[in-house]
Design a protein around this ligand. Structure first.
Ligand SMILES: Cc1cc2nc3c(=O)[nH]c(=O)nc-3n(C[C@H](O)[C@H](O)[C@H](O)COP(=O)(O)O)c2cc1C
Length: 317
């Protein structure tokens, strides 16, 4: 039997978890491969009996490249086993329910799912942040054990123990475990405006840009949304707002007018901080969160977009 772990990752959290899962699976499997989502050889996929798929949570769901991969690239996988994993910074939203449903609709039998906290680099959130330090060694060990468990479960199901296929929690049951799935913060006026706004207005400052010597933003864009064949370069509609081009351009050549966002975020900072504290306190009380960063070190004044020197963050894919 063959298995594969497919992962997408930008700042390295999901990559670390994916490699730990792979290590746990390799304890038992004759062959277990691991590959980044964009490097998957689609023709080979049908050769695997067990497929693990994981990525970060972005905007309370999976990035559109994950959806696209499942809906358009996965073929003839009826009856194969799959599991889902992700890393996130506290608000998992509908990630698990969406990805599990999408895989099920492609004919895969989803035999497990899991999630881990990860440090975050979202432009509007503070640094240090509440989930920083994750995944730590405990998370990594858990991920290894999860990998081993998935292989054992897959084998037993293949041998006829169909009752081992777990029932995915839906509706209130899902919210009870993972909720609030969207949360009071997204419901707030600030975020409704932020998320609905179509005017992010990414622009390339050609005086700073080093294209074609540098094609960093094109290479890292998960959506292939940046088009340098026209002048000025175009940010296309399929941009999924990961912000990584703007955050990691070595010359700070991708520019956004932050002023409207700053104005929106500023008055919301204290209520948002309070809501998030309650959210994480509740998760901690339920045993769903291990705090690694002392509360007093969280600095609500430093969202990433205020860090002037480029690049603001380092990617590890
Ligand atoms: C653009 C963006 C959106 C994000 N949205 C969410 C979110 O909705 N919920 C959440 O819990 N974490 C969110 N995060 C945090 C990431 O899910 C978290 O940092 C993840 O571990 C990153 O994985 P990676 O290091 O593999 O890229 C977001 C991060 C970015 C950059």
């Amino acid at each position: 039997m063959k298995s594969i772990v497919i992962y997408d990752s930008y700042t390295g959290n999901t990559k670390r978890i994916a490699y730990a899962i792979h290590k746990g699976m390799s304890r038992l499997r004759e062959q277990c491969d691991i590959v980044r989502l964009r490097d998957v050889n689609l023709r080979d996929l049908a050769n695997y009996d067990l497929i693990g798929l994981g990525s970060p949570v972005f905007h309370f769901r999976e990035l559109a490249n994950v959806t696209h991969f499942i809906e358009h690239n996965m073929e003839s996988l009826d009856g194969k086993h799959a599991f889902v994993f992700c890393t996130y910074a506290g608000m998992i939203g509908h990630y698990l329910s969406r990805v599990v449903s999408a895989l099920t609709q492609r004919g895969l039998i989803v035999i497990g799912w899991n999630s881990w906290y990860g440090s975050q680099y979202y432009p509007f959130l503070p640094k240090p942040y509440i989930t920083d330090g994750h995944p730590d060694e405990i998370d990594i060990k858990e991920a290894e054990d999860f990998g081993t468990e998935m292989v054992i479960r897959s084998r037993r199901i293949s041998l006829g123990e169909k009752s081992l296929v777990p029932t995915f929690p839906r509706g209130k049951d899902y919210d009870e475990i993972y909720g609030p799935t969207v949360g009071p913060i997204l419901e707030s006026a600030t975020n409704r405006q932020l998320y609905k706004s179509q005017s992010f207005g990414f622009k390339v400052n050609m005086e700073k840009c080093n294209y074609p010597k540098c094609s960093h933003c094109i290479d890292i864009c998960p959506m292939g949304a940046i088009d340098f064949s026209v002048s000025p370069p175009l940010f296309m509609i399929n941009c999924d707002w990961c912000w990584h081009c703007e955050q990691t351009c070595p010359r700070g050549a991708i520019e956004v007018d932050w002023e409207p966002y700053d104005k929106l975020v500023e008055p919301q900072k204290t209520p948002m901080a309070n809501e998030m504290m309650v959210f994480f306190d509740t998760a901690e009380a339920k045993g769903r969160f291990r705090r690694l960063v002392p509360l007093e070190t969280i600095n609500w004044d430093i969202p990433f977009f205020k860090v002037k020197k480029p690049p603001r963050i380092k990617l590890d894919r």
